[in-house]
Design a protein around this ligand. Structure first.
Ligand code: 0L1
Ligand code: MG
Length: 262
C-alpha cells in the first residue's frame, strides 16, 4: 500500500461527491501516481462503507471490462469489479433522470442472482452455475466520473468501476435453461438497432466473470452472499445515450426490457 488511511478516506469522498453531485474529476493517479491496486480497492470499499453508514443497502456487485475488446479499447490489462447500491436499481419501463448522471453509456448484460454463498479462491464456472438461483436480462448504465471517460485501471477501480445505475427486466430463468454462451442480444435506441452481441463476449461465458469476481473478492477475505444480484459484464459495446433516449434490449429466450432517460 502506498496511501495512508487519511488519504484513502479523502479520495473515497472525492470520488463519491463527484458521483452524487454528477460532476467530472481528473483521474486520481494524476495526483497520486504511487497508488496501488490495493489502495484503489480500499478507496472503493471506503466509499461503499460510507453509503452503508448513511443507510443505503448494497444489493449486489458488477464485473467490468470483461471483454478483450473493451480492455483494449480502454487500454487496461484486467477486468475490475464494483458494488451496486440500492438507489442504482431500476425496473423495466423505468424513467431514469438523466441530469443525475454525467455522460452515461449503456451496456447489455446478464444478471446472476445467487441462492448460495460463493467464495474463492479456486471458484470455477461450475460452482457459479450451481450457486445461481436464476439469470435475467439487465442493462448497466456506466458513468465514469472521470473527464471524457479517460482513466487507467487503478483510477477506475477507485471510482467503483463506473457503476451508476442498472435496469432489470425480461424473464428470469434457471441458468441451465439457456445457453448463456450463444445467447443473442439486440440493442435499439429510439427504434434504431445500435448494438448486437452474444453472451460469449463476456470472457467466453458470463459465468466465468462471476467466478473471477468471487476469486478477486477472496483476496480481501470477502464472499458473494446468497441473494446477491451480480452484473456479469457487457455483451455489447458501451453506447452513449442522451436525455430523451428510449433504450430497448431484446435478449434471446429471456424477453425484452425498455427504459427511457428523462
Ligand atoms: O465494463 C464496465 O462495466 C465498465 C467498467 C469501467 C470502465 C468504463 O467505465 O468503461
Ligand atoms: Mg458493465
Amino acid at each position: 500500500m502506498a496511501l495512508d488511511k487519511a488519504t484513502i478516506e479523502k479520495l473515497a469522498k472525492h470520488c463519491e461527491d463527484a458521483e452524487l453531485q454528477a460532476y467530472e474529476i481528473t483521474k486520481i493517479t494524476d495526483d497520486y501516481p504511487e497508488m496501488t491496486y490495493e489502495d484503489a480497492y480500499d478507496i472503493q470499499w471506503t466509499a461503499r462503507a460510507a453509503k452503508e453508514a448513511r443507510g443505503h443497502k448494497i444489493v449486489g456487485m458488477k464485473m467490468g471490462l470483461t471483454s478483450q475488446a473493451k480492455m483494449k479499447q480502454m487500454g487496461v490489462p484486467n477486468p475490475c469489479y464494483g458494488y451496486l447500491a440500492d438507489y442504482f436499481a431500476y425496473g423495466d419501463g423505468a424513467e431514469i433522470p438523466y441530469d443525475e448522471l454525467i455522460h452515461p453509456k449503456v451496456e447489455a448484460e446478464i444478471a446472476f442472482v445467487l441462492k448460495d454463498d460463493l467464495s474463492g479462491p479456486g471458484c470455477h464456472i461450475d460452482d457459479v452455475l450451481a450457486a445461481t438461483d436464476f439469470v435475467m436480462p439487465a442493462v448497466e448504465i456506466i458513468d465514469s466520473r472521470y473527464k471524457d471517460f479517460k482513466f487507467d485501471l487503478k483510477s477506475v477501480i477507485a471510482d467503483n468501476s463506473s457503476s451508476s445505475r442498472y435496469v432489470s427486466g425480461g424473464m428470469a430463468k434457471k441458468a441451465n435453461e439457456v445457453d448463456l454462451k450463444t445467447l443473442g442480444v439486440v440493442m435499439e435506441i429510439n427504434g434504431e438497432v445500435v448494438q448486437l452481441g452474444a453472451g460469449a463476449a463476456v470472457l467466453g461465458h458470463p459465468a466465468t466473470a462471476i467466478a473471477m469476481l468471487a476469486n478477486m473478492m477472496s483476496e480481501r477475505g470477502e464472499v458473494l452472499k446468497a441473494g446477491s444480484y451480480i452484473l456479469s459484464g457487457a455483451i455489447t459495446a458501451a453506447t452513449t445515450v442522451n436525455k430523451g433516449d428510449n433504450v430497448t434490449v431484446k435478449f434471446q429466450d429471456l424477453g425484452t426490457l425498455s427504459f427511457k432517460f428523462v
